[in-house]
Design a protein around this ligand. Structure first.
Ligand code: CA2
Length: 147
């Protein structure tokens, strides 16, 4: 059974505590549970993580790329949070590791502030998904399973 990685970036540990009009009322634990259910149905193992540190995300992308090269990983659903809009390091990590990444956002970033419209991840991502709320995680995993 291959592993699907779900990596969450800065502040996503706060899900469900504030800004419910933007991010909904479900917590990150709820998101992990919905990802686990989706992976069970898709025949994938789940490795679900969150960090507030950019370098940790870089290391995790390298790890996923290596597992993928060894035939052990299906790919990564990455909600890099605000690092999406700032991080050349994440762009280089995805490109350099060869990890298959679906860029995921809970909110429709293109309907929000202009600084959220640019992504350093999109040019090196397999696919980009935004605006389906936390259900987007399950949809992204289903897409990853079909690639
Ligand atoms: O829509 C998304 O998933 C984002 O990746 C979320 C990031 C934001 O910087 C991106 O532009 C879009 C922010 C995550 C912070 O989440 C919070 C949730 C509840 C309360 C405070 C922050």
């Amino acid at each position: 059974m291959k592993t699907a990685y779900v990596f969450n970036g800065p502040n996503l540990n706060l899900l469900g505590t504030r800004e419910p009009q933007v991010y909904g009322s479900q917590t990150l634990a709820d998101v992990e549970a919905l990802c686990r259910k989706a992976c069970g149905e898709l025949g994938l193992a789940l490795d679900f993580r969150q960090t507030n540190h950019e370098g940790e995300l870089v290391g995790w992308i390298h790890e996923a790329g290596k597992a993928q090269a060894e035939g052990k990983a299906q790919g990564v659903v990455l909600n890099a949070g605000a690092y999406t809009h700032t991080s050349i390091a994440l762009h280089d990590a995805i490109k350099g590791s060869g990890a298959k990444v679906v860029e995921l956002h809970i909110s429709n970033v293109h309907a929000r502030e202009a600084f959220r419209h640019h992504s350093y991840i999109a040019p090196v991502a397999k696919a980009v998904m935004a605006g389906f709320g936390v259900e987007g995680y399950a949809l992204a995993l289903a897409g990853l399973a079909r690639t």
